[in-house]
Design a protein around this ligand. Structure first.
Ligand code: C5P
Length: 239
């Protein structure tokens, strides 16, 4: 079933205090329904309690904690995250880790796998002891994720079309690295506009600085949602 355009935008709460996060959430109001909380806010004072409160207030929460440990530890961690009321949780795409997370997840929580961190290139992989290119490793791990029943993958918009062809349409694809036309790219090297990322097969877009650092965050979010809606409507017409 098609996801509402407004629900396809996930705003990254990359802030160091829950007060700053709440101020932004208040400013965005009904314009935004989905938030990503990563290390920066989760490990800030009362960060996880804030994630729980945000979920209880009716927002959807993506906990980007990129878990990776022995299976039992991952499984127990996933159960605790499920109790916080989060909708999405990331784990690294290692078979044992994905399997443990999938087995331990509870209704309402989807497990997303991170294939290869986008800061890694072929040289970095070699340096880390891998005998594979980024492209081959992403493809192999995407296939393993599908076989293990993982709910979705986080990938760069550039990889989205390839990953989609490997995992089919049932897995959720979430892409960061989104920049509306004309905005600052910051440290993101592989970027796409919201419309292009949707066209490449992304279900959800993670957007941080173009909204968090905008003079008017609510207007910035609304413009991105409008772009998602326009692209989705066009695709529907051509379906
Ligand atoms: O500010 P910006 O839109 O670049 O934020 C993107 C968000 O997505 C950040 O929270 C960042 O950690 C996350 N992310 C990313 N690239 C990845 C994985 C996650 O930018 N490959």
């Amino acid at each position: 079933m098609a996801i509402e355009p407004r629900e396809r935008l996930i705003v990254a709460l990359d802030l160091s205090s829950i007060e700053a996060a709440q101020a932004l959430v208040t400013k965005l109001g009904d314009a935004v329904s989905f938030y990503k909380i990563g290390y920066q806010l989760a490990f800030a004072n009362r960060g996880l309690a804030y994630a729980q409160a945000l979920a209880a207030s009716g927002k959807r929460v993506f906990l980007d904690l990129k878990l990776h440990d022995i299976g039992n530890t991952v499984a127990q961690g996933v159960k605790s995250v499920a109790r916080l009321g989060a909708s999405f949780l990331t784990v690294h795409a290692y078979p044992q880790t994905m399997d443990a997370a999938v087995q331990a997840r509870e209704a309402g929580l989807r497990i997303l796998a991170v294939t290869v961190l986008t800061s890694y290139d072929d040289y970095d992989l070699k340096h880390a002891g891998y005998d594979a290119t980024v492209k081959a490793l992403v493809a192999g791990r995407a296939e393993q994720a599908r076989v293990l029943g993982v709910d979705g993958l986080v990938c760069s918009p550039e990889e989205a079309a390839t990953v989609r062809s490997i995992v089919g349409k049932d897995l959720v694809l979430v892409t960061p690295g989104i920049r509306p036309a004309g905005s600052q790219s910051g440290d993101q090297k592989r970027i796409m506009t919201p419309a292009a990322a949707i066209a490449a097969g992304a279900d959800y877009l993670v957007v941080g600085r173009p909204i968090v650092a905008a003079p008017d965050p609510k207007a910035a979010a609304a413009a991105i949602i409008a772009e998602i809606a326009q692209q989705a409507a066009m695709e529907k017409q051509h379906a």
